[in-house]
Design a protein around this ligand. Structure first.
Ligand code: PEP
Length: 259
């Protein structure tokens, strides 16, 4: 199991390239002021901001890695509006968020597309942050554990060889995203254990399991410790440097205590 937490900021469709530049610079100032010791930091800006953010990270040597929010499963060709893995690699992108619930809901990204996309990402040497999570109806019916376990098996089942050391799983209950109230640590722990079982059965037991859904500086420590996750996928709170860094610091402190 990793001795470092992983915290990913998903900026979604927010921040133009000037705003992205400012946020990256602000993150740099705060992280330089008090460096993190136990946290891998990743930000996932919109495609059009990647080049700008990549330049700031490189020129200021910031301890931040770059992720994309989505990628095409295809290598190249007539796929209007899409972006390929190779294009991301040219921009020093290290990871891709795959199968976020918003892409599943609004862009018909089903389990098969998710599985093919994860394969395209890992087979070409990038990391995949694979999102799974149930909606409110599935949870109310009590099927959440089997639902998420099946989603994960479908996403990772084919091609686990290239997935090794290249995937992490973000458990993001749809009902907790952008709501201001996260899942409880007990709910997260139940699911992180189930996810870990699936990962072990696929021989991917080293993968980190993240939680996402209304994480903030106040709930991060409890979720990390009692939820038995190794980091977070953060939406709203990643759009301001102070609130994102509060989560990073809480995670860093938790991991420092573990040592
Ligand atoms: C997300 O959409 O990945 C997410 C976790 O959003 P938020 O933190 O705003 O709930």
């Amino acid at each position: 199991m990793s001795t470092r937490a992983l915290v990913v900021g998903n900026w979604k469709m927010n921040l133009d390239f000037v705003e992205a530049l400012h946020l990256t610079q602000q993150l740099g100032v705060l992280l330089r002021h008090r460096p993190l010791e136990h946290v891998d930091v990743v930000v996932a800006p919109p495609f059009v901001d990647l080049r700008t953010v990549s330049s700031v990270i490189e020129s200021e040597r910031l301890p931040i890695a770059l992720a994309a929010q989505h990628v095409s499963e295809h290598r190249a060709g007539p796929f209007t509006g899409e972006v390929s893995v190779a294009m991301l690699q040219r921009l020093t992108v290290a990871a891709v968020i795959v199968g976020h619930s918003e892409r599943r809901a609004h862009y018909a990204m089903d389990d098969d597309v998710v599985a093919r996309t994860v394969r395209a990402v890992t087979a070409n040497g990038l990391d995949a942050i694979v999102c799974v999570g149930e909606d409110g109806d599935v949870r109310d019916a009590g099927h959440h554990v089997t639902f998420v376990a099946e989603q994960l098996r479908r996403a990772l089942g084919a091609g686990t060889e290239s997935h090794r050391a290249r995937v992490c799983v973000a458990y993001e209950p749809v009902w907790a995203i952008g709501r201001g109230t996260s899942a409880t640590a007990e709910q997260v722990r139940e699911m992180s254990r189930a996810i870990r079982e699936v990962l072990v059965s696929l021989n991917l037991g080293d993968a980190r399991v993240l939680y996402g859904g209304s994480v903030n500086g106040e709930n991060a420590s409890t979720l990390l410790r009692d939820g038995e996750v190794q980091g977070f996928l953060v939406g709203g709170a990643s759009l301001r440097a102070e609130s994102f860094v509060a989560i990073l610091r809480a995670s860093d402190d938790c991991y420092a205590r573990k040592r």
